[in-house]
Design a protein around this ligand. Structure first.
Ligand code: PBG
Length: 320
């Protein structure tokens, strides 16, 4: 006797009924880049369809996403000037702070997440302050906490530290609590690998390190046990949502973290993953839309509850 799994694949309706994983616009978080100026919507060459927006234009883009059913954005800032400590990152009139207020004013229910890191704001492009040629962990904590508090003051709903300093979730939690933001959550980039998949992002955010690389703070792509350790540490320190990043080449890690973690898990479908699909699609080598949906479904299937993706609007449109 032949066992016939094909029976359940016979018609579209039947396939849909037995489908194990479903994707919804509600799962998606849309990353946006904000820069100083007015009336700006500059295309990012290595990320076709993505732009750097000035504050006055970013709310419009957020509204489009909201209209498609996407509940959240995550904001990245490109400051007017950079310095060794990234002081524009905690300025009350900084680009991200202004963008948060602008979006909140127009879309009070939309969830606003802010990326908390120094690399876009430091002139050396590293994710913290430099001492003896490397990032000084403990000196950086205070600056990250300041930045997170300034985002909360502007109206952010969740702050998302992406720096990979040890102890930063605890430092940020403590500062937020002290300043009266006990209900502002932390979406921690808990499991963030030192990845070449971030290449296009660094063009978009002008945040490439000017010397060396990030391997003394971001994780070695060869490690999986360490992912569990990082996730557990961040939960102990008070993280509300745990993120794994990148997503596609790290689906085993998404699954492993999902299995040990009782909090929501997010995965970041990063810039390089987006760029590869767009480039191959442009060459006519793949069906970009189908590959996009397959990627996002796979990330969800691996165990991610939430997906940060540049495809958010396109995917939401495809999902109808
Ligand atoms: C900042 C940050 C990076 C990304 C998100 N936050 C870049 C990096 O660590 O170099 C990458 C996002 C992407 O590639 O889409 N530290």
């Amino acid at each position: 006797m032949i066992i016939r799994p094909r029976r359940l694949r016979r018609t579209k309706v039947l396939r849909e009924m037995v489908r194990e994983t479903t994707l919804s616009p509600k799962d998606l978080i849309y990353p946006l880049f904000v820069k100083p100026g007015k009336g700006i919507k500059d295309p990012i060459p290595s990320m076709p369809g993505q732009f750097q927006f000035s504050v006055d234009r970013v709310a419009h883009e957020a509204r489009e996403a909201w209209g498609l059913g996407i509940p959240a954005v995550i904001l990245f800032g490109i400051p007017d000037k950079k310095d060794p400590v990234g002081s524009r990152s905690w300025a009350s009139d900084g680009v991200v702070q202004q963008a948060v207020s602008a979006i909140k004013e127009k879309l009070p229910d939309m969830l606003i997440i802010t990326d908390v890191c120094m690399c876009e704001y430091t002139d050396h492009g590293h994710c913290g302050v430099i001492k003896d040629g490397d990032v000084d962990n403990d000196a950086t904590l205070e600056l990250l906490a300041r930045q997170a508090v300034s985002h909360a003051k502007a109206g952010a709903d969740l702050v998302a530290p992406s720096d990979m300093m040890d102890g930063r979730v605890a430092a940020i939690r403590k500062a937020l609590d002290q300043e009266g933001f006990k209900d502002i959550g932390i979406l921690s980039y808990a499991v963030k690998y030192a990845s070449a998949f971030y290449g296009p992002f660094r063009d978009a955010a002008d945040s490439a390190p000017q010397f060396g690389d990030r391997s003394t703070y971001q994780m070695d792509p060869a490690n999986a046990l360490e992912a569990i350790k990082e996730a557990e540490l961040d939960l102990e320190e008070g993280a509300d949502i745990i993120m794994v990043k990148p997503a596609m080449a790290y689906l085993d890690i998404v699954r492993a973290v999902r299995e040990v973690c009782l909090n929501p898990v997010a995965a970041y479908n990063v810039s390089g993953e987006y760029a590869m699909v767009k480039a191959a699609e442009e060459k006519g080598w793949i069906d970009g839309k189908r590959v996009m949906m397959e990627m996002l479904t796979a990330i969800k299937r691996a165990g991610a509850d939430l997906i940060l993706t540049y495809f958010a609007k396109e995917a939401a449109m495809a999902l109808g």
